[in-house]
Design a binder for this molecule. Structure first.
Ligand code: R5P
Length: 280
């Protein structure tokens, strides 16, 4: 069966023919009701170890799960920390192989077989690419292999446009990295919000979600999420700005209100404050 993808995003990507399984999995990540997605990123340990707020993954994830559209994590945390009865789609990180302590940070390769991803019943695969930096070729070719695997079994692939400390984060770079990811077959691109984000979205033919980046004050993180959605992002794949918030449950609901309900940053902050005060 063939079917069209356009209905599930607010981007004009008409004409792309997509297999039923691929479309079904994508619709579990980008929710058809609003065409948007709140992905909860909890994969940081794959190169950072026990990241602040994720020392005990399930303790962090459990109260947030009902407000997330999907979880992005590694197979180790999935198998060891997440109850298999959970009713939440999984986007599995399948790149890694380096650490914050090693000499080749972000020189990532494929960490999982496609068979294991299928065994884990995942709805998507995530792989980091490193455009414009050392190891670029290796990561882009590794990513392409993952796209081949995903296409073979109808599993969408999210490209994470990793940015090294030394690299300029501007719209020109993010547009270039996002477009290359899409050209190589990404079904969703995860990148960072920057000024002029409309340019990034406009020149990328597949849906874009933003990472949250380092923890910033809640009002700033909410404004960033709002600005990204206004610029055409389909959602967020946010981690630290949710689970390191002074009130993660309030924060994810405030982010959700922006992504799915279209509230502005001030209204979202009111959501955050009212839930936070209610839980004091
Ligand atoms: C980094 O490559 C990981 O994929 C993180 O999951 C990602 O950066 C999103 O998390 P955060 O919102 O904390 O930046």
């Amino acid at each position: 069966m063939i079917i069209y993808f356009q209905a599930f995003t607010n981007k004009k990507v008409g004409g792309i023919i997509m297999d039923w399984g691929m479309k079904n999995r994508l619709s579990r990540i980008i929710r058809p009701k609003t065409g948007h997605a709140v992905m909860l990123a909890v994969d940081h340990g794959y190169f950072l170890g026990p990241t602040t707020g994720l020392e005990h993954p399930w303790k962090t994830i459990e109260p947030l799960a009902e407000y997330a559209d999907c979880l992005m994590l590694t197979r180790g945390v999935l198998r060891n920390c997440i109850p298999p009865e959970i009713d939440l789609p999984i986007v599995l990180r399948v790149s890694g192989g380096t650490s914050i302590l090693g000499p080749e940070l972000l020189h990532e390769g494929i960490t999982n077989s496609i068979e294991d991803s299928i065994r884990l019943n995942v709805s998507g695969l995530a792989f980091s690419i490193r455009v414009g930096a050392e190891f670029e070729r290796d990561t882009l070719l590794g990513f392409s292999e993952i796209v081949d695997m995903g296409e073979e079994y109808g599993i969408p692939v999210l490209a994470v446009t990793a940015v090294g400390k030394e690299m300029t984060r501007d719209a020109r770079y993010m547009a270039l990295a996002s477009r290359i990811a899409a050209e190589l077959g990404a079904h969703i691109v995860k990148t960072y919000y920057v000024d002029g984000f409309e340019k990034v979205v406009d020149s990328c033919p597949v849906p874009i979600v933003i990472a949250g980046g380092k923890k910033i004050p809640e009002p700033d993180a909410l404004k960033m999420a709002y600005d990204a959605i206004q610029a055409g992002a389909v959602g967020v794949d946010m981690g630290r700005n949710i689970f390191q918030s002074e009130n993660p449950v309030a924060m994810i609901q405030a982010v959700r209100a922006i992504v799915h309900d279209g509230v502005n940053p001030q209204e979202a902050l009111e959501v955050f404050n009212s839930i936070r005060q209610g839980s004091d």
